[in-house]
Ligand binder design. Structure first.
Ligand code: PHE
Length: 450
């Protein structure tokens, strides 16, 4: 298409898929998913998770893409333009920016850790340590102030630089380069893990469902995790959707992205659990799983240092493509609505996020005792965004597109102006109008009631 390189968005469908898959695939898949699965009993959690991704995740991702591409705007502008400027819906866009901000604040803490662990793995500092010393290294580092803040800021600045380069030269290019590398490294790690003796127990834990371990809370966690992992419910995919070319197929694009995301989560499980079980570690150790348990695993395996470097590099790459998508939500808003320069928007947002995110970092150390409902600042940010803001944002979005927006326009956008057949449209529309909102209401309420 003649307009490809001059348009404001992605230059190709592959570019769009890789950039958006980069936004979706992140710490959520490789750090959060395995520990959630470990804490929630394994295989049964995976099954519920897959169901949520297929039944609700894909249609909702499509919904975000429709809103973004139809309006050609950032999340606030999108709701303003499609609702004809009604204040309530504009607020939903603002809600998205707020959610992005809060996620970015705590996400960048863990992203920063990956940088420190890449450096430590590379310099051999983790090699040969006793398990207690590995745990000590992690807590000494995370409970400190200077270094965790330093790495967090470094990660934020790195992300800011990519965003300053723009949609095509920054976001799309980085996605195209890093996503294939990520897959390659992940496959390499899988082979290593599966060839360890005693790996089959981990595979059983991951793939053999035991439904007695499933609670209402773990179903809520699985839903929250699917939203978090697919970046749904706060405008990331609205923003990226506004960059997808008019001739690309939104159905196909969303399915590719969601399957990529699911595949990476499952492969991360295949890397982690066989290794964890092979060396008799605890799969339910929580957020520390990849930072404390895995280094011990690496220390016990042949060529462990090399695999430690590869693994943390993988984690860093995954984190970067996601922080890019988080910052872009905020920057696209500032550029399009407030008419700031991209570089100014990127610098100011980065500083603001650091100002708030620093509290999340310090909540592992000096601010450890500042808690609400028994949770630290970091845990609160995580809980509020993944379990509440994202599902609520998604619910309101389905009400907007399913109930307050003309069906013909939805169909028009999904079928590229009627040029595609879109056989599954009616099914999609039923999910959008009834099934997704109903499921969301039940799950939000059950989460609140506990
Ligand atoms: N989906 C990302 C991950 O799995 C996290 C994310 C959430 C990114 C929301 C953008 C928006 O790591």
């Amino acid at each position: 298409m003649a307009s490809d390189n001059t348009s404001r968005g992605f230059t190709s469908n592959v570019g769009a898929i890789l950039a958006a898959a980069g936004g979706a695939v992140g710490l959520g898949n490789i750090w959060r998913f395995p520990y959630m699965l470990g804490q929630n009993g394994g295989g049964a959690f995976l099954l519920v998770y897959i169901l949520f991704v297929l039944l609700i995740g894909i249609p909702l991702m499509m919904t975000e893409f429709i809103i973004g591409r139809r309006s050609q705007r950032n999340v606030v502008g999108a709701y303003r333009s499609l609702s004809g400027g009604r204040k309530g819906w504009v607020l939903l866009g603002v809600f998205g920016i707020l959610a992005a901000f809060l996620i970015y604040a705590f996400y960048s803490v863990v992203a920063g850790w990956t940088l420190n662990y890449i450096v430590m793995a590379f310099s051999g500092k983790l090699a040969g340590l006793e398990p207690a010393a590995v745990a000590d290294t992690f807590s000494t580092f995370t409970q400190g102030s200077f270094w965790p803040l330093f790495y967090q800021l470094l990660f934020l600045v790195l992300t800011g630089l990519v965003i300053t380069m723009g949609v095509q030269k920054g976001i799309e290019k980085v996605g195209k380069i890093l996503m294939p590398i990520l897959f390659l490294l992940l496959i390499l790690m899988c082979v290593r893990s599966l060839t360890l003796s005693g790996s089959s127990e981990g595979m059983r834990f991951l793939f053999k469902p035991d439904f007695s371990k499933l609670t209402g809370q773990s179903v809520l966690s699985a839903l929250g995790q699917s939203f978090f992992s697919l970046s749904i419910g706060m405008g990331a995919m609205v923003t990226y959707g506004s960059y997808i070319r008019k001739e690309d197929r939104l159905f196909k694009t969303s399915i590719w992205i969601a399957l990529c995301d699911l595949l990476v989560a499952i492969l991360a499980g295949v890397v982690i659990f066989p290794a964890v079980f092979a060396f008799g570690m605890n799969p339910a150790s929580g957020p520390e799983l990849v930072y404390v348990v895995l280094p011990n695993v690496f220390n016990n395996m042949p060529a462990g240092t090399l695999f430690a470097v590869i693994f943390f590099l993988l984690l860093g790459i995954a984190a970067l493509t996601s922080t890019i998508s988080l910052l872009e939500i905020i920057v696209a808003f500032a550029v399009e609505e407030l008419h700031w320069k991209r570089s100014t928007a990127s610098a100011v947002s980065t500083l603001l996020v650091f100002a708030v995110g620093a509290f999340c970092t310090l909540s592992f150390g000096p601010l450890k005792n500042v808690t609400l409902l028994n949770r630290t600042i970091f845990d609160l940010f995580d809980l509020i965004t993944a379990s509440y803001l994202m599902p609520i944002g998604a619910l309101l979005m389905t009400i907007f597109l399913g109930w307050c927006f003309p069906k013909v326009e939805v169909k028009d956008e999904l079928s590229n102006g009627g040029t595609l057949k879109c056989k599954a449209f009616e099914l999609y529309y039923i999910i959008l109008r009834y099934i997704a909102p109903a499921a969301l209401v039940v799950i939000i309420i059950s989460g609140i009631v506990g």
